[in-house]
Design a protein around this ligand. Structure first.
Ligand code: IVH
Length: 768
């Protein structure tokens, strides 16, 4: 390698490092990414390649070193330059008042300024920088000596490997807390479960466990975040106040908690505590307290330390979210979709100010994993509004003879069979809406805010309606009468009228709400909106093959399978038909052009999952067919697949034969066709070709130039409907010779009447 080449590499490497760290900082510290993942990866790859070609230029502060050093045998020691102290606690407003009184007394001041910070529940860290470069990172240990976990800490993207700006001290210790943020934690645990690994009990354990890994490559894959809150040893002054110190740390590229606040006097501190307590659940990390620190650094020096903690700071504890209690019984609870959840009935215990007497165990796997048994002493946890859950069991306290819990073989509510569908974690009652528990929950869901939003129909009323037998299926909600309601406990004239008015107000239902309300497993309100916006045709949604959903981004084939199996259940299909007899669906107007553009023959064939049919062969096949079912006849002969493979393809296609024909019929019914232009074998039709979509016609009298059947076919081909009688919903009456009463009725109702010539004009004008 020439010297000039090395020089060039050196300057490119420096530029790349600076760019990459800039983007790391934006992404991991400021939460303001400006670069796409792909562009970021390209920069990182270029740097990796250059460093591979010039190993002599690799330094420990290069972003490539964040991927993780080789595993070590054990951790060395770190001697902290200044001890890592702990904090005294205040367990009440009174104790906080007491702290403030002591501070003011010692300071001889009427009012003291504090800085309030969330007390993060993670793992405490000290980072050592020399000349601005990270050289060592250690745990707190006993406060004086901790474990050297530098290799792991380097992988944490919010840790600057080199201080970003300005003059840097020769020696600097930065103190902070490593946490895993809530969404990251949930994602991490979901991934662990998928891989058959034990999930972590809480983010704190996950963070601590990750930093204690001997293999930094493992730590590198964990979503750790460092928040810094102070300095230890420092060879130059960073300011007069703690606030200024935090600002300086921020300028060097550290992440400072954005909730940090300057607070004048005790009252401001109390208000800040209340505010953080109220917002606890919406923060994206766990906190277990609020720290108040004297802001003025000179005053801090005067206040000094006790043996274990500074006199200038205090931690106001938030109410604990965990408590210990005993499991009285474990009961199977049946949900809306029939999933049976084991629920623990507890000896009532106060957790964070609320009395808890039930906790969910999620499912049988979870219960087995934690091995919870009746009579066990357990730790329960309540976070925000979610149902309390059991975190762990104290095995030592287990009473003799406690047996593992068994899933019942029959539904505890309706006695239908309990099964565990293949590949699912939940056991299910097969009773469907015949099961009162499922019906009750379904009615509640049906009426809930994001579904039909029926005012006055909440949990309690749903229960009453189902338990009294007034509602045996969803359609019954629309058949309720005032007399029936008046017979129910708690209903009087006004409440009955109000509920009926609430129900009447929802007889026109937007398609997306309907799709969500009927409770197809897995179809949440987002999916329902996507389906309504893209497919926009209830009949199509009911009949479509799962691959036709596979083509919609955000929906996908698995969801398509759920939709199909929902409608394949006759009880669901008939229940929906009866519901449709009571309501009018709006927004059921047909396909979005983008969706139609995705239904190419090629895409459909590619999604079928046929053996040996990759994109290229899917395209070849697509160009040879006019109708999907032809695939069956075509593939074995025309495709270069022979022998055993040919056999397998033939068998797979034969298996699909009926489905392909059904798909073809569905598309034809919707006036969608494979284009005859072979080079673009693509579904055509839809909104643009269906100008009469949503229009209802009534034919009356005798037409001269076409039969009634022809007229009907032409209307339907253009998306319209033909009805038998005239009503307020009729858009056009086509009146031929000798039209009678229907024509009169149309006149009464003010419906547009077309004679044969006008009708032809309409057809020709729209089909041109
Ligand atoms: S200040 C000398 N500020 O709480 C003062 N600590 O009980 C040292 N912690 O080991 C701590 N958030 O790990 C401080 N905003 C915060 C904190 C915080 C969490 C942890 C820290 C420390 C423990 C003290």
């Amino acid at each position: 390698m020439s010297e000039a080449g090395t020089e060039q590499a050196r300057s490119r490497i420096a530029a790349l490092r600076e760019q990459i760290e800039e983007h790391n900082h934006r992404y991991y510290v400021l939460d303001e990414p400006v670069l796409s993942d792909a562009d970021y990866d390209a920069l990182l790859r270029e740097l990796q390649e250059l460093e591979a070609a010039h190993p002599e230029l690799v330094t420990p502060d290069s972003p490539t070193q964040r991927v993780g050093a080789p595993p070590s045998e054990g951790f060395g020691e770190v001697v902290h330059g200044r001890p890592m102290l702990s904090l005294d606690n205040a367990f009440s407003a009174e104790e906080l008042r007491e702290f403030d009184r002591r501070v003011r007394e010692r300071a001889g001041l009427a009012d003291v300024r504090y800085v309030g910070e969330p007390k993060l529940d993670g793992l405490s860290l000290s980072l050592r920088y020399e000349q601005g470069v990270l050289v060592q990172a250690g745990t707190r240990g006993d406060g004086r000596v901790g474990e050297d976990i530098t290799g792991n800490v380097r992988t944490v993207r919010s840790v600057p490997l080199r201080l970003r700006a300005g003059p840097v001290p020769e020696r600097l210790e930065v103190r902070g807390e490593v946490v895993i943020r809530r969404q990251d934690f949930e994602r991490l645990n979901a991934a662990r479960l998928q891989e058959g690994e034990r999930p972590f009990a809480n983010p704190r354990n996950a963070a601590a466990g990750s930093l204690r890994q001997l293999d930094p490559q493992v730590a590198a894959r964990r979503p750790l975040t460092l928040f810094v809150f102070g300095v230890g040893e420092c060879s130059m002054p960073l300011g007069d106040s703690h606030w200024q110190v935090l600002e300086q740390l921020g300028a060097w590229g550290f992440r400072i908690n954005r909730e940090v606040r300057r607070l004048d006097g005790l009252d401001a501190c109390l208000a800040y505590y209340d505010e953080l307590l109220a917002r606890r659940d919406s923060l994206d990390y766990e906190i277990d307290g609020v720290v108040f620190k004297v802001d003025d650094l000179r005053l801090r020096e005067r206040l000094g330390f006790t043996a274990r903690a500074p006199r200038w700071a205090v931690a106001s504890k938030l109410p604990a979210r965990e408590a210990t209690t005993r499991v009285r019984r474990i009961l199977p609870s049946v949900g809306r979709t029939g999933a049976i959840t084991p629920v623990a009935e507890l000896e009532p215990v106060e957790v964070g100010g609320v009395t808890v007497s039930r906790a969910t165990l999620h499912n049988l796997d979870e219960l087995r994993r934690k091995d919870v048994r009746e009579g066990d002493t357990v730790m329960v946890r309540r976070a925000g509004d979610v149902i309390p859950e059991i975190v762990s069991v104290n095995r030592e306290a287990r009473p003799a003879g406690a047996e593992p819990w068994q899933m019942p073989e029959r539904c505890p509510v309706c006695s239908a069979e309990v099964i565990r569908p293949e590949g699912e974690v939940d056991y299910r009652c097969v009773g469907s809406l015949q099961c009162p528990a499922q019906l009750r929950e379904s009615v509640r869901h049906f009426a809930s805010r994001r579904a039909l939003d029926i005012e006055g129909l909440g949990e309690k009323v749903a229960e009453q309606l189902v338990d009294t037998g007034l509602v045996r299926e969803l359609a019954d909600v629309f058949r309720l009468t005032k007399e029936q309601l008046l017979a129910l406990e708690g209903f009087a004239e006004v409440s009955a009228n109000n509920l009926l008015a609430g129900i009447d107000a929802r007889r026109h239902v937007p398609l997306d709400r309907l799709l969500y309300a009927i409770g197809i497993p897995g179809v949440g309100d987002d999916t329902a909106r996507l389906l309504a916006a893209q497919v926009g045709d209830l009949d199509f949604i009911r009949r479509a093959h799962p691959v036709l959903f596979a083509l919609i981004p955000g929906v996908g084939r698995a969801m398509g399978e759920e939709i199909r199996s929902f409608f394949a259940d006759e009880r669901n299909a008939r229940g929906l038909d009866r519901l449709l007899g009571e309501i009018r669906v709006t927004g059921d107007e047909g396909f979005a052009p983008e969706y139609l553009d995705t239904i190419t023959a090629e895409a459909v064939i590619g999604s079928l999952g046929l053996p040996r049919i990759g994109p290229t062969r899917a395209r070849e096949l697509a160009q040879k067919i006019d109708h999907l079912p032809e695939l069956v006849a075509l593939a074995p002969q025309r495709l270069p697949v022979s022998g055993a493979e040919g056999e397998r393809l033939r068998a797979a296609l034969a298996e699909l034969e009926g489905e392909l024909a059904a798909m073809d019929t569905l598309l034809a019914d919707k006036h969608l066709h494979w284009a005859s232009d072979r080079s673009r074998a693509r579904v055509r039709g839809g909104a643009a070709q269906r100008p009469l979509a949503g229009k209802t016609f009534v034919l009356t009298g005798t037409l001269q130039e076409m039969t009634r059947d022809d007229a009907k076919a032409r209307i339907e081909a253009l998306g319209g409907k033909v009805a038998g009688s005239v009503s307020g919903r009729t858009d056009y009456v086509v009146a031929g010779e000798a039209a009678g009463s229907k024509r009169d009725r149309a006149e009464q109702l003010g419906v547009t009447i077309l004679d044969e010539a006008a009708f032809r004009q309409l057809l020709d004008g729209t089909s041109a």
